[in-house]
Design a protein around this ligand. Structure first.
Ligand SMILES: Nc1nc2c(c(=O)[nH]1)N[C@H]1C(S)=C(S)[C@@H](COP(=O)(O)O)O[C@H]1N2
Ligand SMILES: [Mo]
Length: 258
């Protein structure tokens, strides 16, 4: 490795920009905070934060059943406002299929039953929203990496883009539709799952039925709800605002590491 100090500073600038400050007071610091000044304040610089910075493969903390929050806020879209989604919901999502395409060897269409039949992972984790609230929930789903491996990645695959059913902002051109993206490091992280259950029950509409992303090393807005389609891409410059997500197109950081 090159000069470790330089590398460390790079990681702090890039990865910590928004995310790791979240728990310790992102709102108070604001986006323009001088990273070095923050680091020297040491108030929030825990060993955990340092470790998380230095290795993106590390696991987010997992909690016990007793830690599960009695209420978990529904944020952003409460229910996608479309006739198509309403019809899917009415049929218990029996006709819903997750589409996987883009830079893959085999495009896939997987029903909820298909997804439930795949290997699953359950994790109790804390969700941190950039708006300043957190909640602990139990999530069950199929590891995203497993599904991507089923599809097979082309050599130039770099990101997974999640297209959602909801328009968070009403527009004429569809640019208000929610979407998100992560790189393949996060896509293959063991805690990155396509969740169909929360707290041992099928996902509710508020929390993203029938399927939502959990990407536990990043802030809440990365956790796309109402996932309809996953596209594997080599870049997202030409997609909507070009920054890889609904909120990113409106100024949020693309890498929102916690
Ligand atoms: N499709 C979609 N996904 C979304 C959002 C949204 O509005 N639409 N909001 C995001 C934000 S900001 C947060 S904090 C979480 C909220 O998830 P929850 O409603 O299960 O608490 O979902 C994220 N994923
Ligand atoms: Mo959020």
């Amino acid at each position: 490795m090159s000069n470790p100090l330089t590398r460390r500073r790079f990681l702090i600038g890039g990865a910590l920009g928004a995310g790791a400050l979240a728990a310790g007071g992102y709102a108070a610091l604001g986006r323009g905070a001088d990273v070095d000044a923050v680091l020297q304040s040491a108030e929030w610089v825990t060993m955990d934060a340092q470790r998380a910075l230095l290795w993106r493969g590390s696991l987010a903390r997992e909690f016990s059943e007793a830690d599960i929050s009695p209420t978990f806020r529904v944020n952003g879209t409460q229910a996608p406002d479309s006739a198509a989604y309403a019809a899917l919901h009415r049929s218990g999502f029996a006709d819903w299929k997750l589409k996987i395409g883009g830079l893959v060897d085999r495009s896939l269409e997987l029903s909820l039953a298909d997804l439930r039949a795949l290997p699953s992972r359950t994790q109790i984790t804390r969700h941190d929203c950039v708006e300043g609230w957190s909640a602990i929930g139990k999530w069950t789903g199929v590891p995203l990496g497993h599904v991507l491996q089923m599809a097979g990645l082309k050599p130039n695959a770099r990101f997974a883009v999640f297209h959602c059913a909801d328009e968070l902002e009403r527009t004429f051109d569809g640019s208000g539709r929610y979407y998100e993206s992560i790189d393949l490091i996060d896509a293959f992280h063991p805690q990155t799952i396509l969740a169909y259950a929360m707290n041992d029950a099928a996902l509710t509409v508020g929390h993203g039925a029938p399927l939502r992303l959990r990407v536990e090393r990043q802030l809440g807005y990365k956790h796309a709800k109402y996932v309809m389609q996953i596209d594997v891409v080599d870049g997202f410059e030409n997609l909507w605002g070009g920054r890889g997500g609904f909120w990113e197109d409106r100024g949020y950081q693309w890498y929102a590491g916690i």
